[in-house]
Design a binder for this molecule. Sequence first.
Ligand code: HEM
Length: 425
Amino acid sequence: MAQEQTAQTAQTTQQQHLPGIGDLRDPKIRANPYPLYDRMRERGAIFWDEAAGNQGGWAVMSHHLVTTALRDPRVAAERLEAPPSFDWAPEQFRTAVERVFRAMPHQLLFIDPPDHTRLRGLINKAFTPRMVENMRPRITELTNERLDAIERAGKMEVIEDLAYPLPAIVIAEMLGVPPEDRDKFIQWASDFGGFLDSSTLSMEEVLHAIQGVSDFMDYFREIIARRHVEPRDDLLQAMLTAHERDDKLTEDELLANLVLVLAAGHGTTTHLIGNGMLALLRQPSEYQRLVDDPSLIPGAVAELLRYDPPVQLTGRRVREEIPLGDVKVEAGQHLTILLAAANRDPDYYADPNKLDVGRPENRILSFGQGIHFCLGAPLARLEAEIVFRGLTQRFPHPRLAIAEEELEWQPSVVFRGLLALPVEI
Ligand code: HEM
């Protein structure tokens, strides 16, 4: 069946352009990918897409199949392709490439049981609900400081003034990164984003991103060395203890997952605040509901995550032949899991293209599903709740300060977020 659909699709493609993942390379489509997802969904809940991955793959569109695929033990997270050749690159870069490509496959995102179970268990121990809840007063304090400064300035650039620095400071403090190193760390976190989604970067840019990730790892080696002399009570120390006590977390694993936690904990939350605020600015009556009734805010954060998620898609590789919807996926084939499209599946959500901050929360896919469900989801939600509570209480009538056409989005297919969001308050 898979082969049949492949051949058929290839033939049809020659005749007409079919909507697919390749269209996301167009910045105009990325500015609002949802009409594209609607058209892709017409091709089926799952369909073969020539433009997916390096050799084509299955695009998984529906809420039901996304959930099924992410929970199926035969569907593997280990999927990294062999690294491209960097023979042309100067020697010092090649060392970085070798180190980064050796370490990255150890990240939770790309590993399967039993390694995933062992590592996630260890990191989870360090990332307890108590540790997240303990951050509440500090997140509130940081948010209020930022909002005070915005009030004094009389205007706001949501990304620069709030959405970008806040999650960066929070995760940096949780991991014990000293304030003076924060800017370096923010740059490295962004390099890591480039490494994860290089589809819109040149080879030189990819190389620089890799160098950044390698520097990031060096930096953590130093911080860890300092911790042996001066231990502290924080997330990093808990991860170190797991590493040393049981010797169950190797140095490569530790460093790779530190990079992941720092980078994942930062850009995605920035995008949640930015995308969420934009959605509310476009629908002021929904913003007004939050001004009038702050108890709606936790549910509203879930709805904003559903409506315009920071992580649009993820990938998997199938280990053995499985049926998925009405196709058979063959061993070794890739799945592109369109979380953002599944979040607007009309068979699952009533009126899915409508933002409704009072929507009863039901199984949004923005944090994934199954064993790789986002480790930082409670932290991200806590930060967003505190931010939207602060914004709606202080600024009851904000307005977008630029024309819609001037909004610029990050050049990424996986991550969706604004470069800037100027607002009149
Ligand atoms: C709104 C913010 C966030 C969004 C939308 C988000 C989204 C996601 C998604 C979709 C996955 C699953 C990917 C897959 O299955 O392939 C994931 C995994 C992960 N996230 Fe998040 N994330 C956010 C915030 C955070 C934060 C704040 C942290 C850490 C502080 C974090 C750490 C992680 C880690 C470590 C994983 C890997 C878990 C595993 O593979 O077992 N994320 N995230």
